[in-house]
Design a binder for this molecule. Structure first.
Ligand SMILES: Nc1nc2c(ncn2[C@@H]2O[C@H](COP(=O)(O)OP(=O)(O)O[C@H]3O[C@H](CO)[C@@H](O)[C@H](O)[C@@H]3O)[C@@H](O)[C@H]2O)c(=O)[nH]1
Length: 511
């Protein structure tokens, strides 16, 4: 090795060591700045407008007097209820080059570090530079875990903030869907998530199952609270007038007795939702409707010849799939191909992305909701079902362990295991539509047991009753105020501390 190469390498090493040494010094020795009282950074390494739970957190923090910095990627428009709050500030991250996510698996592995480096720099610059003062709390969504968890651990050490990890799912289990359970990357990702996710001021979970699993498996340090998803207050069954309005602005719904049944599923089109189940179920429904309604070939109709005479007719079905995501094109092409080639008469399926205000309106106008969420970890729950329950919409949901924390088979919805069972449930619920007794029973029992507390038909919440969640649903903010507010407001400040801080702040403002 010649002298110039050695000198060049030494210079490069020094150039890398100086910033690393500075960060180490700041973490270990530099005095911590005092975080700004009642301020929070809400971090999601994804499209903010498509991260409902983090938007609801942001709204709740802001409504509780927190200066709220929402950090994430710009994309779908967040709801007006969030945009209009005076204390909410959006800090958008610059997205990594889009081509990386579209690469095939082998090339993706090669370029993944570049994507991570990009994310590291944009998150650090947002949390360390673009938020004017250290926030009192940083709440981060997990997943994604890499690199977010390591970064927030570093930032809370540097800025003296308190970390709250909001566990939506396990990042490594999602990676395993793509790379396989045995992959070394998946094992590495699991170690990473455990190491950097273990310690926080508080951990929030979407299910009891996830809390129990993580507390036991990873020995979490910090307070632990299960905050089940709940719909915000504007999710409710649509009145006929609202349904009529939605007819004019978009999807085709009318209240005529010969109207089609409106089915809805919402999704991020991720690999944990197998849409082929829905495609096969709709194909089966079309076949059954032809037979039952007497429009099938004679050969198809064997054994069902008298179904029409009994008046057990099936309605036309309009299936709307809402949401954006990578697998949308692939599945919608398959559906349209089947519709055209099979000359479907009884089923029409369309996809749509709705404005935040129109999404609950569609759910509130629909007849049946469908969930294909299968959960990569079997520890989380489908948010879409929460949305649907909020809108009084009965649900057919794909079953998996822990789903019963939300869907109770036969009480507030039906649970299916495959496309045959889903097709059978649709037929049962839609026979005689719009006057189907099975559908009316399910809707009635859902509204009795799982109605949001702000709806007039809801059962009253019983104060102090641990089971009251089963009787009536609090809205998101009821739940947040009951479970998270005490952690971030009442939790650890003495009255004297609060008063002293208020006086200091008022004095600082005057000067
Ligand atoms: N505005 C709008 N929002 C939509 C639309 N379609 C879907 N969404 C939003 O997208 C969500 C469904 O996305 P998924 O990614 O399929 O969510 P999930 O599987 O039901 O729930 C996951 O995310 C939750 C919170 O982010 C987690 O709590 C849960 O455990 C799970 O991981 C819906 O709840 C809704 O908020 C639309 O057309 N318009």
């Amino acid at each position: 090795m010649d002298r110039t190469t050695v000198i060049a390498q030494a210079v490069l090493l020094l150039a890398a060591l100086v910033p690393a040494g500075y960060v180490y010094y700041r973490v270990r020795f530099a005095p911590r700045p005092k975080p700004a009282y009642r301020s929070v950074a809400v971090l999601v390494l994804g499209d903010i407008g498509r991260s409902p739970r983090m938007m609801y957190h942001s709204e709740s923090f802001a409504q509780n007097g927190f200066e709220t910095f929402v950090v994430g990627y710009e994309g779908a428009q967040p709801p007006r209820s969030l945009l209009s709050l005076p204390r909410v500030h959006f800090i958008y991250l610059s997205p990594p080059p889009a081509f990386i996510s579209r690469l095939p698996t082998t090339l993706y592995r090669l370029f993944a570090p570049l994507k991570v480096l990009y994310q590291v720099l944009s998150v650090l610059s947002a949390l360390l530079g673009r938020i004017p003062h250290p926030p009192e709390y940083i709440i981060v969504q997990n997943p994604p875990s890499i690199p977010t968890l390591a970064l927030v651990q570093l930032v809370v050490r540097l800025r003296g903030s308190k970390l709250i990890i909001d566990w939506h799912n396990l990042g490594y289990s999602i990676l395993a869907l793509r790379l396989g359970q045995g992959s070394a990357f998946v094992r590495l990702a699991k170690r990473f998530e455990e190491k950097f996710g273990q310690k926080a001021y508080a951990h929030l979970f979407v299910t009891n199952a996830m809390k129990e699993h993580l507390v036991k498996a990873w020995g979490l340090i910090g307070r632990t609270v299960v905050l089940h998803d709940r719909p915000p207050a504007h999710f409710h069954p649509a009145s006929p007038a609202e349904t009529h309005q939605s007819h004019h602005s978009g999807p085709i719904v009318t209240l005529r007795p010969d109207r089609p049944a409106l089915l809805v599923t919402s999704t991020s089109w991720t690999p944990d939702e197998d849409f082929s189940i829905l495609v096969r179920a709709l194909t089966a429904y079309e076949r059954r409707a032809r037979v039952v309604n007497g429009t099938a070939d004679v050969s198809d109709a064997s054994g069902d010849a008298d179904a029409t005479k009994k008046g057990t007719k099936l309605p036309k079905v309009l299936m709307i799939v809402t949401g954006k995501g990578e697998l949308r094109e692939q599945y919608m092409e398959e559906i349209i191909r089947r519709e055209t080639e099979g000359r479907w008469q009884w089923v029409t399926c369309r996809s749509a992305w709705l404005e935040a205000a129109d999404y609950p309106l569609l759910l509130g106008s629909a007849d049946i909701g469908i969930s294909l969420h299968s959960s990569s970890s079997a520890l989380d729950l489908p948010m879409k079902v929460v949305d649907m329950f909020g809108c009084g919409l009965p649900v057919c949901a794909l079953g998996y362990p822990c789903l019963d924390e939300l869907v109770k088979d036969g009480e507030n919805g039906l649970v299916f295991k495959d496309s045959d069972e889903l097709a059978e449930q649709l037929e049962r619920l839609l026979t005689g539509f719009p006057n189907s007794p099975s559908l009316a029973n399910l809707r009635g029992s859902l509204r009795r047991t799982h109605a949001p507390s702000h709806m007039p038909y809801s059962a009253p919440l019983k104060a102090g009753d641990p089971d009251s969640e089963e009787l009536a649903w609090g809205s998101w903010s009821d739940n947040w105020d009951r479970l998270v507010r005490p952690l971030v407001i009442d939790g650890n400040d003495s009255l004297a501390e609060i008063a002293l801080r208020a006086i200091t702040e008022a004095y600082a403002e005057q000067n």
